[in-house]
Structures are given as C-alpha cells and as structure tokens.
Ligand binder design. Structure first.
Ligand SMILES: [Cu+2]
Length: 143
C-alpha cells in the first residue's frame, strides 16, 4: 500500500516544526472600537534540547504584527521593537501585560469577542509555529 509512506512524509515535517516549543494561554484582549493596534499574549516554553530564536510573528487578519517590549522607566512607559528572543532549553518566556507582547497592527477586520486570531511564530531556523489565540474581554482591574 503506497498511501502510508506518502502520508508519513507529509506529516513528519509538520511534527518537526513544532518540536520542542510549547505555546500556552494564547489570547488577544478585546480592543476598544477604532483601535488600530493591540496586543496579544501567551507563554512559550522551550521543551526541546536546543536554544530556539524567535525572530518574528504573523497574525491572521492583521497587516502587521511585531514583537514588542514594554517597560516603565521612572514612570515613563516605553515600548520598543524586539528583533530576536532567545529561548534556552527548559526556559519559558511569558508575553504579558507590561512586558513582552505581540503587537497586532492594522486589522483587516475588527476582532470581536470570542473570535480566533491565528498567530504564527517565526524562528531563526526557518521553522514556523501556529497557535490560535482567543479574543477575550479583559477587565482593567485585573492588571
Ligand atoms: Cu506594542
């Protein structure tokens, strides 16, 4: 039977792409109406045995998405673009309010509550890892 080897060849590269890196808690806070940019958060864990380098992100439904770092220096909030994030084996990187985040820019359609935004993480070795992120209403007093 020829079908099985062909299937194995198709499935194998996809499995290798996701190897080692786990994504948890991907979510997109509901943006106020008319907002042209908002953030997405999740946690990344490198469960493999090699360091991986996150170099970019794409978001379905947005023309642009960047890796950003928020900081607060002496009461002044700043935001900067992050070119590369290294994740050592066993290390986790949290994307969260007030820290690292994925900036979603120029929405093609306005995301509504419970929508799913597919995020694709791009790595330096050419691998890509996709994850669905649910759009959720965030209460401001939670942060
Ligand atoms: Cu940002």
């Amino acid at each position: 039977m020829r079908l099985l080897p062909v299937l194995a060849m198709i499935i194998a590269p996809a499995a290798a792409m996701a190897e080692g890196v786990k994504i948890e808690d991907a979510m997109v806070p509901l943006a106020p109406p008319g907002m042209m940019a908002h953030a997405a958060y999740r946690k990344l864990t490198n469960a493999g045995d090699a360091t991986c380098q996150l170099i970019g992100v794409k978001a379905e439904g947005y023309k642009t998405a960047h890796l950003h770092q928020s900081a607060n220096a002496g009461g002044v909030a700043t935001i900067s673009v992050v070119d590369q994030i290294e994740i050592a084996p066993g290390q986790s990187v949290a994307f969260e309010h007030g820290g690292l985040h994925i900036m979603l820019m120029h929405p093609v359609d306005v995301a509504k509550e419970s929508d799913i935004v597919n995020l694709t993480l791009l790595f330096a070795d050419g691998e890509a890892l996709s994850t669905p992120a649910k759009v959720m209403h965030l209460h401001h007093d939670e942060s």
